[in-house]
Design a protein around this ligand. Structure first.
Ligand code: NAD
Ligand code: 13P
Length: 420
């Protein structure tokens, strides 16, 4: 019997935290998973900070390769400082080598970099691999809008689900309690083995398809309800079944509770769009408008998130994903309280500089995703003459397009309530 080999593609603040989680679980479930977890690292030279728990004077002040630091000291000193990674996380600077023979690929990097990485690994992955995207963003092109889970899946010829939730990485890395939502809804072939019922892990939104259908070339409906272009290769029968139960075992920790659902569009969209709302909340906070105004932003933001999902992914998206799951309302709340988008937007107002400038000076290489998502979503809406139907998303663009001095008359964000 084979075991699943797991690779995390990405090693930032969240990528490193997810690598920690899955590496703890591959050790706990040796019947299902190979112990070692490969983590692809975008290589860079890093100086170990003097206040790092790993710092000792013999390390010197010379920059060293980040992969070598991670493999030697088991700490990502740049993107997740102060957290010990399990010894079975293996940092790898070669994306092609990291994904070799992996049957589970976890995509976890800022969305602007995913295209390039997928180009590098295309043709180098197992044809029957399955993916989970932890990316919070949407892919907008001339052809329209798609989810990264779909886009990765179509591009690599595999099926890819999504993980998203109220998941500030720093808290989870410290093993503070949180929940997450994983959406996984592959075509029936992955559920076809008699020994692979999903019965023991709760599926809150009705679950994955009928277990009895088995044709290997069954067409899969994507998140918009269209038949997917991808013809999937079935997982060989000597691998443990890759179903909701197995994914729950890979991601669930005592401090990280997993809810399995099938609404990939709802999970992906809420993760992407809440970043735009978090920027708005940061602008409001930066101006000192108070908690009531911030709550109003969150209320309107949630409505626009649902409206967007229903309008453009209506065939499959479920309102309950936004209103009942960690990926929806809970992520919105945590992101509007302590997320990077929120913090950078707040500081941009206080300092009278752009959000990008704050990102550059304050985040030590980490990225905010809301600025690009806001622009991409706005371009998409503008092309369809729908900007006015989404007053909050549109107001955020107004705020991003000028920077200093800080606005005092609250025009754009304040107008939201009048138009809804
Ligand atoms: P991050 O913001 O820490 O980003 C930095 C990462 O980008 C580093 O790994 C860096 O090596 C990499 N990078 C820089 N330049 C690159 C290049 N040219 N090509 C490829 N990689 C490059 O990343 P993160 O926090 O791990 O975020 C990944 C995804 O997870 C994002 O979509 C984010 O929205 C989402 N997310 C983040 C958190 C969080 O709290 N950090 C929580 C949930 C979801
Ligand atoms: P930020 O990227 O704004 O920090 O949000 C993190 C997140 O997605 C928390 O769930």
């Amino acid at each position: 019997e084979k075991k699943h080999k797991v690779t995390v593609v990405g090693s930032g603040n969240w990528g490193s935290t997810i690598a920690k989680i899955v590496a703890e679980n591959t050790k706990e479930h040796p019947d299902l998973f190979e112990q070692e977890v490969q983590m692809w690292v975008y290589e860079e030279e890093v100086t170990i900070p003097k206040d790092s728990p790993n710092y000792d004077s013999s390390m010197g002040d010379k920059p060293q390769k980040l992969t070598e630091i991670i493999n030697k000291y088991h700490e990502n000193v740049k993107y997740l400082p102060g957290i010990r990674l399990p010894d079975n996380v293996r940092a790898n600077p070669s994306a092609q080598d990291a994904v070799k023979d992996a049957s589970i690929l976890i995509f976890n990097l800022p969305h602007q970099f995913i295209g390039n990485v997928c180009k590098q690994i295309n043709g180098h992955i197992l044809p029957f691999a399955r993916g989970i995207s932890c990316i919070k963003g949407v892919n907008v092109s001339d052809e329209g809008i798609s989810l990264f889970s779909e886009w990765i899946g179509d591009g690599l010829g595999i099926y890819c689900g999504a993980l998203s939730g109220a998941n500030l990485a720093g808290e989870i890395a410290q093993e503070k309690w949180s929940e997450t939502t994983i959406a996984y809804d592959p075509p029936p072939m992955d559920h076809s083995r008699a020994a692979s019922p999903r019965s023991t892990s709760p599926v809150r939104d009705g679950g994955a398809p009928d277990l009895t259908i088995t044709p290997a070339d069954v067409q899969h409906k994507d998140a918009k309800g269209k038949a997917s272009k991808t013809k999937l290769t079935p997982m060989p029968s000597d691998y443990p079944p890759l179903d909701h139960e197995t994914f729950a075992k890979l991601f669930h920790r005592p401090y990280f509770h997993v809810s399995m659902v099938s609404d990939v569009a709802g999970v992906s969209l809420s993760g992407a769009l809440k970043n735009v709302v978090a920027l708005a909340a940061g602008f409001v906070e930066g101006r000192g408008w108070g908690d009531n105004a911030k709550a109003a932003i969150m209320r309107v933001g949630l409505m626009e998130m649902v409206q967007f999902g229903k309008e453009f992914f209506g065939e499959t998206v479920k309102t309950a994903t936004f209103t009942e799951e960690s990926a929806g309302v809970a992520d919105l709340i945590t992101s509007c309280s302590g997320g990077r988008n929120f913090r950078c937007a707040k500081l941009s107002i206080e300092r009278g500089v752009s959000v990008e400038e704050v990102e550059r000076t304050e985040l030590n290489g980490q990225k905010v995703q809301g600025t690009t998502t806001a622009k991409e979503v706005n371009n998409f809406l503008k092309a369809r003459g729908l900007e006015k139907e989404y007053p909050l998303f549109t107001a955020v663009i107004g705020e991003l397009s000028w920077s200093c001095p800080p606005q005092t008359d609250s025009q754009s964000v304040a107008n939201i309530n009048q138009s809804t």
